[in-house]
Design a protein around this ligand. Structure first.
Ligand code: URA
Length: 212
């Protein structure tokens, strides 16, 4: 793991290997979808490292064990539609009790502004820590808008989990929300004129859902 200014890059060999497979243009939708889910599970392991624990007593077949369980605030995952959905299955495998909210945002082709068209959050979202999932952190506009919505809904502790980030996206998120930790598998070079991450892995939504 390599961290700098609230950017945590997961350098675990399994994460890096899976990202290389995802980058490959010849990886089809089924495999791509599985890799996104598996990578999200590995990332979630790191992003939940600071969950608070409390000690409880459990009767084992041999004796009473003083042992630890997760305590305190509960978690919610909030995927950003569409691509972020692909990360949810892997993440909830690790935290099955987490609730799931959905936020849909598109970029207005004229103004280039991020516009939200769908938002459904758990009723108790303000009492939960939130991990936002999106596969690519590109311009950061969508992520900033997502965090705006979560903050307005009363969420205090927000983390971002994306598989590939770029400097522009990280800068945009941290300009508005420097305290938000960004967990990612790679920080690529930057954006091209079509706002794709370079080298990236193309349109993650299309590759997950096989729409192109
Ligand atoms: N969204 C994607 O799916 N891919 C990119 O490269 C940038 C944004």
């Amino acid at each position: 793991m390599n961290s700098m200014n609230n950017v945590i890059i997961l350098e675990h060999p399994l994460v890096q290997h899976k990202i290389s497979l995802m980058r490959d243009i010849n990886t089809g939708a089924k495999e791509f979808r599985e890799l996104v889910s598996e990578t999200a599970m590995l990332m979630c392991y790191e992003a939940t490292r600071d969950l608070p624990l409390k000690t409880v007593e459990v009767q084992t077949p041999v004796a009473i064990a003083r042992t630890k369980v997760i305590s305190g605030r509960k978690l919610a995952f909030v995927p950003v539609l569409r691509a972020g959905l692909g990360m949810v299955e892997g993440a909830v495998k690790l935290v099955p009790a987490a609730k799931i909210g959905h936020i849909g945002i598109f970029r207005d082709p004229e103004t280039k502004n991020a516009v939200d068209y769908y938002c459904k959050l758990p009723f108790d979202i303000a009492e939960r820590d939130v991990i936002v999932t999106d596969v690519m952190l590109a311009t950061g506009g969508t992520m900033v808008r997502t965090i705006d919505i979560l903050r307005k809904s009363g969420v205090k502790n927000i983390k971002v989990m994306c598989i590939i980030a770029c400097p522009e996206g990280i800068e945009a998120v941290h300009k508005s929300y420097p305290e938000v930790e960004i967990y990612c598998g790679a920080v690529d070079e930057g954006l091209d004129e079509k706002l794709y991450i370079v080298p990236g892995m193309g349109d993650a939504g299309d590759r997950i859902f096989g729409t192109k």
